[in-house]
Design a protein around this ligand. Structure first.
Ligand code: NDP
Length: 337
């Protein structure tokens, strides 16, 4: 059993030495338990928060503990009545080949799911996040303008496509020409602006000529600075993530713009609401699965995955994710089915 543990806590950007690959004995499934052999491991931005020694909405990973994360695995041994050998499951096994579970929090995907890795992306946590954050907090109406950054990642790409299905004008923000072309040509966004362009804020203002009604916040920082003056009266801002700040070790230097933000919220009666997907919306997963399953079947939603081979590549792929080096949902294939 190979596993990757947290060797040390990062100061700013994570580096390779914050992780350590170890070989340990394969765990054994006890009474009522199942042994899972991981095939796909998920890499997600929230894992950066778990590397800090600070209580957030979840506990940090302890030094020398296995890095946390979701996996799609197959049952190798079952001492549990609800699981058969060979079943595919969505589990929270962490960055390792094998894990043991008592079945709590698992989702059984059956013996022959058509796209098992989708449970980590479009049919799983990121897709669900996009769906609830946009529809429940963003509440987009036909003809409104919806803006989303990290536009080609699993959350942003899904937000924009659902907003198109709801009849909105959709403007993406992404890093680089290739990602922007993908957002427009494949995902069907009306426009996509490169946040690395020197005149990014001007380009965004030009394309959002009727202002912004829903800004789905994934990144924060200078992207939010460009969005804020464009927000319309009664705009909604689901606050999903702030990835541009995840490696920060202190607050950005002044000037203090908090009163500008508060004044904008007040005068324009803007609703800005954070959410943590499973804590706030876990009970609504079936509704999402029904709609998303249908949209995928009907070819109404496109989904891009980037599959990287090998457990040993996880640290470098994760470091890259925080810098925008991924293109699509980042999944690590660790074993053959
Ligand atoms: P992505 O696959 O989209 O990966 C992150 C992307 O963020 C990068 O590819 C990059 O895209 C972009 N990015 C990174 N740094 C910056 C920066 N400084 N400025 C602008 N963009 C940057 O991730 P996900 O779709 O999985 O997640 C998107 C967001 O949703 C994250 O903030 C995540 O934490 C959040 N999230 C929140 C949940 C919740 O419950 N609240 C649940 C799931 C996700 P590019 O090259 O285009 O800039």
């Amino acid at each position: 059993n190979r596993r990757i543990v947290l060797a040390s806590r990062p100061q700013g950007e994570p580096v390779a030495s914050n992780f350590r690959l170890e070989k340990v004995n394969k765990p054994v499934a006890g009474e009522g338990e199942i042994l899972l052999r991981s095939v796909y491991l998920s890499l997600d931005p929230y894992m950066r928060g778990r590397m800090n020694d600070a209580k957030s909405y979840a506990e940090p990973v302890a030094i020398d503990d296995v890095m946390v994360g979701a996996c799609v695995a197959q049952v190798e041994v079952s001492n549990h009545p609800d699981y058969q050998v060979g079943d595919w499951v969505l589990a929270y096994g962490g960055w390792q080949d094998y894990s043991v579970s008592n079945g709590e929090g698992l989702m059984n995907l059956g013996q022959n799911p058509s796209n098992p890795s989708y449970a980590l992306g479009i049919m799983g946590m990121p897709g669900f996040t996009a769906y609830m954050g946009l529809l429940d907090i963003g509440a987009p109406k036909v003809g409104e303008t919806v803006v989303v950054a990290a536009a080609t990642g699993p959350v942003g790409a899904t937000v924009g496509q659902i907003a198109k299905l709801k009849g909105c004008k959709v403007v993406g923000i992404a890093g680089g020409a290739d990602k922007c072309a993908f957002a427009v040509n494949t995902l069907g966004f009306d426009a996509c602006i490169d946040h690395k362009a020197a005149d990014f804020a001007q380009q965004l203002a030009a394309v959002c000529d009727n202002g912004i009604d829903v800004y789905f916040e994934n990144v924060g920082g200078k992207v939010f600075d460009a969005v804020m003056p464009l927000l319309n009266t009664s705009a909604r801002v689901p606050v999903c993530g702030l990835i541009s700040q995840y490696n920060a070790t202190s607050l950005p230097a002044g000037p203090d713009r908090l009163s500008l933000l508060m004044g904008t919220l007040l005068v324009k009666r803007i609703k800005m609401q954070g959410f943590i997907i499973f804590d706030d919306y876990g009970h609504r997963y079936p509704e999402f699965a029904q709609d998303m399953g249908q949209w995928l079947n009907d070819g109404k939603i496109q989904y891009r995955e980037q599959v990287v081979d090998g457990l040993d590549k996880m640290p470098s792929a994760f470091i890259g994710l925080l810098k925008g080096e991924n293109f699509g949902k980042l999944v690590i294939k660790v074993n053959d089915p």
